[in-house]
Write a protein that binds this ligand. Structure first.
Ligand code: IVH
Length: 716
């Protein structure tokens, strides 16, 4: 879209937002609202470059929803509001794909690729071939059918010939447009293929939620994406923020009735407009067309290269970048670019001869399971951890692997002494795929789950609907320690110098046994301990005293209320002027807040109904902690903040500001703090001794790197 058009849409956006504020919307605005919402969805989800704040987007969306509720006749199937669907009751119907979804042939090293190239040159009788090389996305494959520019159907791969019609769930994926201008390319019916992914960050958050609930985290983002697609609750599907890359057009019908299918690509395009001709005669052309139509295709990640050596180099280059990507890829796909040549080469019943997957090195290894240790979590959950003979997996030494809960041990039937297959996918924690049963010699011993807490010795219990065994002794030393560690941790109260080792030492000496005691530590006693000089004590005192100024949302998170993560803590903080108000919120009132479901609501009520907890909060306030929400009347971020829509990340040691102060400055000006370097990041602010984040950011073109001074200047 050119700059003038973008300006025009922004103008309409401003007008509509004004109308919404003044409650002046009329049904005449419906089409404008849809158009601007589609535009901003594309900027956000496809281009990762939003032009308005989340708050502004929500206002526009709610405005459209209200108009459509007033006049249901105005609703059209591709309205942005029509993604949301109610719970599904029936099974997903099985439907035939328009073209069988074939697989890919695999290669594992450069020799395999040289071989592939030799065969391709033989079949095409050419001395050099042009290839299109793109990432091999590691998710769940889907097919999408568009008819007359509208999304008609989305299906799983199934057995390749038939898949399950999961259209209501597909509509929840905001990277898939509900309508696309295929007709501009002379196309009537189109079937495209792609991969549904859950990005690494969302996967981590999702697993944290499962762990909090005492459930086994999902093994990897691939399983999470595939599992989510089959949930019969589209609202839950939407909440999980799936993403999609589309990478293949398997079938289309042109205006003149001619058909292209995977095994008959030689279409006569001579009378088509030249733009259509150039897009529909090569694979890279279709990726560009899909991008132009609003899909997220790998048109930016792909490279068109001549000769196999250039292909090999690009594959190796990408393998190095693998960990820096926000989503999982497990290799590259090399495709002969020209459709006429693809047609010449043809396909087997299993895979096309014109494509080859290049698989990256496996992140699996085998090792021996030596013993099980049981860890007690902050909420008393007993987590079995397998100690294995240390092995290298993808450059990391792995010696401990979580087994999550007793059910996982039973389902996998792992035994002590087993040889186990361990996988580590990207940033994801390693997990045991399976025991290698064929290698058993009879000496393996079944794992016997303990009956008592390994820390306090109390009997452990398993509550209905929970997979975890729990120690319910609130004073269990392991739990107290975990709670204190969480309280002082970087994302919570950020008390440097009060890490796990010191907390344990102080606890053992009875100097630190509860959260309020953090602010009453006997520093004279600590001064007498070995390893604590004057300087380290002053530093610790300063860090503890500074933490009193932490904003309310950090304190809420630090309290370690079950199911209340960082985002939820912000929602709660934003809802009150003072923390004590939360004790008057019942479950119903809590559920009106963003993303608060019944589980979270009941956990919050439980916390604030406990007199000991209320006493602790009073004590903390008396000790000088911040229980008031200071930001409530300040700029909420968004409409008038100069940084709205911009994302920031700080790395290294800042000299003039505390990290939390700097982050707060960003948020006060409407900007957002993100947790990792990805293409969604706008500014990386670099302090002293910045490390890998800076290196990563340098490789991503759209990230601006700022010094602390430049950041301060920007903030003014
Ligand atoms: S092309 C007719 N391109 O990998 C060939 N597949 O292991 C169509 N996949 O079944 C497939 N990224 O689900 C293609 N860039 C990409 C891909 C890709 C991931 C999946 C796809 C395929 C599987 C084979």
């Amino acid at each position: 879209m050119n700059q003038d058009k973008v300006k025009a849409v922004q103008q309409t956006t401003v007008t509509l937002l004004k109308k919404i504020k003044e409650e002046d919307l009329t049904t005449k605005d419906v089409e404008d609202l849809r158009a601007v919402l589609r535009f901003h969805e594309h900027r956000y989800y496809i281009q990762s470059d939003p032009l308005i704040s989340d708050f502004e987007y929500d206002s526009l969306y709610k405005g459209l929803e209200a108009l459509e509720a007033e006049a249901p006749d105005l609703i059209v199937p591709d309205s942005p509001t029509q993604r949301v669907a109610k719970g599904l009751t029936k099974d997903f119907p099985n439907v035939p794909h328009l073209v069988p979804m074939l697989s890919l042939d695999n290669s594992y090293d450069s020799d395999d690729l040289v071989d592939f190239d030799r065969k391709a040159r033989e079949l095409t009788r050419l001395s050099e071939i042009e290839y299109c090389v793109e990432p091999k996305f590691d998710g769940a494959s889907i097919s999408l059918v568009y008819e007359g520019d509208h999304l008609e159907r989305g299906a799983t791969r199934g057995d390749g010939v038939h898949g399950d019609d999961i259209t209501p769930n597909i509509k929840q994926i905001r990277t898939i447009p509900l309508s696309a201008r295929f007709s501009e390319y002379g196309l009537q019916t189109v079937e495209i293929r792609g991969e549904v992914l859950i990005n690494k960050n969302n996967f981590k958050k999702f697993n944290e939620g499962l762990a909090e609930a005492g459930l086994a985290p999902l093994a990897n983002p691939r399983n999470a994406a595939a599992g989510t697609l089959r949930i019969k609750d589209p609202v839950e599907v939407r909440r999980r923020n799936l993403e999609t890359f589309v990478y293949h057009v398997s079938y289309y019908v042109l205006d003149n009735g001619r058909q292209m299918t995977d095994d008959s690509k030689d279409i006569d395009l001579t009378n088509s407009p030249s733009s259509v001709n150039s897009h529909l005669s090569s694979h890279s052309g279709t990726l560009e067309m899909l991008w132009d139509l609003g899909f997220r295709s790998p048109s930016k990640e792909m490279k068109v290269l001549k000769g196999i050596q250039a292909v090999i180099d690009y594959c190796n280059e990408f393998e190095i970048k693998r960990d820096d990507l926000p989503y999982e890829i497990d290799g590259m796909v090399i495709k002969v670019n020209d459709f006429e040549l693809q047609d010449k080469m043809g396909m087997t019943t299993h895979h096309p001869r014109w494509a080859m997957a290049f698989k990256f090195k496996a992140r699996q290894a085998t090792s021996k399971l030596l013993r099980i240790e049981y860890q007690v979590g902050r909420t008393g959950n007993i987590g079995p951890v397998a100690k294995i003979e240390p092995v290298h997996i993808g450059g990391v030494m792995v010696g401990s692997v979580s087994l999550f809960n007793e059910d996982v041990i039973r389902e996998k039937d792992v035994r002590i002494g087993d040889t186990v297959l361990v996988e580590r996918a990207g940033d994801v924690i390693p997990y045991i795929v399976k025991p290698l049963v064929e290698l058993r010699d009879g000496t393996e011993q079944p794992i016997v789950f303990p009956k008592c807490c390994p820390s306090c010795g109390d009997e452990i219990v398993r509550l209905p609907d929970e997979a975890a065994w729990r120690c319910v002794n609130i004073s269990c030393p392991a739990q107290v320690l975990e709670r204190l560690m969480h309280f002082a941790s970087k994302d919570a109260m950020d008390i440097r110098g009060l890490g796990a080792a010191n907390i344990e030492k102080f606890y053992k000496l009875g100097l630190l046994t509860s959260i309020p005691q953090v602010y009453q530590i006997d520093f004279d006693a600590i001064g007498k301990m070995e390893g604590f000089g004057e300087k380290s004590i002053t530093n610790l005192q300063t860090a503890i005293s500074n933490s009193k100024k932490q904003p309310l949302h950090r304190l809420i998170y630090a309290l370690g209320i079950r199911f209340v993560g960082e985002t939820m803590a912000k929602v709660l903080a934003h809802a009150v002027n003072h923390l004590s108000e939360l004790k008057d919120f019942d479950e119903e009132k809590l559920k009106t807040l963003e993303d608060v479901g019944p589980k979270v609501a009941s956990s919050i009520v439980l916390f604030f109904n406990n007199d000991d907890n209320l006493k602790m909060l009073e004590e903390l306030e008396a000790l000088g902690l911040q229980l008031r929400n200071e930001k409530k009347d300040g700029p909420a971020g968004g409409t008038d903040g100069s940084l709205h829509g911009q994302t920031f990340l700080f790395t290294g040691t800042l000299l003039k500001l505390k990290r939390s102060e700097a982050e707060e400055m960003v948020e006060k000006n409407g900007g957002k703090i993100v947790s990792g370097v990805s293409s969604k990041l706008n500014y990386l602010v670099v302090g002293e001794e910045a490390g890998s984040k800076l290196e990563k950011a340098k490789k991503i073109a759209n990230i601006r790197i700022l010094s602390e001074d430049q950041f301060l200047q920007m903030i003014g």
